[in-house]
Design a binder for this molecule. Sequence first.
Ligand code: NDP
Length: 496
Amino acid sequence: MNAPIDWRAEAGRISFRDKAFIGGLFVPSATGKTFDNISPLDGRVLVKIAAGDTEDIDRAVKAARAAFEAGVWADQAPKARKRVLVKLAELIQKHANELALLETLDMGKPILNARNGDVRAVAECVRWYGEAIDKLYDEIAPTPKTALALITREPLGVVGAVVPWNFPLLMAAWKFAPALAAGNSVVLKPAEQSPLSALRVAELAVEAGVPPGVFNVVPGFGESAGQALGRHMDVDALAFTGSTEVGKLFLKYSAESNMKIVSLECGGKTPNIVFADTPDLDTAARGAADGIFYNSGQVCDAASRLIVEDKIHDVFLAKVTALAKSYEPGDPLDEKTQMGAMVDATQTKRVLGFIEKGKAEGATLALGGRQVRQDTGGFFIEPTIFDRVENRMTIAREEIFGPVLPTIVFKTPEEAVKLANDSKYGLEANLWTNDLTKAHRIARSLRVGTVTINNRDGGGIEVPFGGYKQSGFGRDKSLHALDKYSQLKTTYISVG
Ligand code: NDP
């Protein structure tokens, strides 16, 4: 058996990459400016990070373009790109403890969630796209005998990726893995709160054999570095995950620059619909609790509206409330902790603001509602449940992105569907019922990208993920993600 890990001691020994990674090298920002990278565990500055801006993004895009034009990656046989990506997946797994620590220190998630959840999923994602890319065939169109029409997929060129802080490396991997597999060069801007793991993985990518310049990471602020990437005239596509508000800005940036392809994975307000005929209420209650308290509720498809049939409201809420108590926030470096910190002071204030709004609008606070562990200097909020919520209330409409669960009751399946669809978001819905016909009927009526039935899983890398409505467009994960990072070319040959 492996010896237990003293994560605190490991955290004291870890080293941070604090510069931008451009053309295969760590470089300071062009202005020499840095910003404080603060740990939400205790509010201390972990390290000062190079603050990338327009000039740094331009350097990164030039490096990416040069590598693309030289064909050092794009022109390699798919089998060769596969070998490198599989090697990168192995390196990620080899450095799993280090990468998990970087995630935990940077954004506050429990260490075992980081290692056994995020980092494992990142390695799987990179391996999956590596393994996939040499098994995809192009097409020949049905033409008269006198012609041969080839339909081939080609990489786009330079792909920009702007990602959030809730799953720093995984959200990045959902973009860079398919983009690299398809033969593109990548410029990634991580969130200002959580740049550490992406900088380390870019370095590992070069170690695995990704040629310098193919994978670049520029840390910095959204308004400067993020906007510069969105507006760059030589970026062919921009893949974004984050808030709907910022997602819309990328459409504007594209329209005002070079009409680059934009794909958006934005917010959600997942309805978790629980019918009285649910086969196992305990499993459903665990799904409801984990669905909102995992990662402190900082999850785009968090089960953030509990829509429960009125017949079982009391018994079901009692079960979820009892489970919620096991999510009391604890030290993220303690392996027993189930719920860690909020990402930063701003997000903490924002979530507490929503809790106040819930109370002010007349919802009943059934559990929690306070900031805790303030003596640590970090940012922690109790698991919080609101009862008797109406769908028109702010806490049922806005993406809170915290451990806050509003509970809404319904009487008929039609009412449940109406409540679920009454949202500007359409990322995911969860259904719990014993009646398969009802489940299928409702699943078809829900305007969301993913419906889970009698589970909260939603599937791994093999299924697409993305939203309807203002949850965005384009799909991450699965072979469909490759559509975002390649063009179709028709070559029409006369053979008659
Ligand atoms: P943002 O949408 O602001 O951030 C996501 C990414 O976009 C970050 O890399 C950010 O950079 C960048 N960005 C921010 N502003 C701009 C801009 N003007 N131009 C270009 N890029 C920009 O999310 P926040 O971190 O501010 O979180 C706010 C809320 O957004 C959350 O409470 C939650 O509701 C929602 N959100 C949703 C996520 C999801 O997965 N659906 C993920 C994260 C947040 P920087 O790091 O500098 O901010």
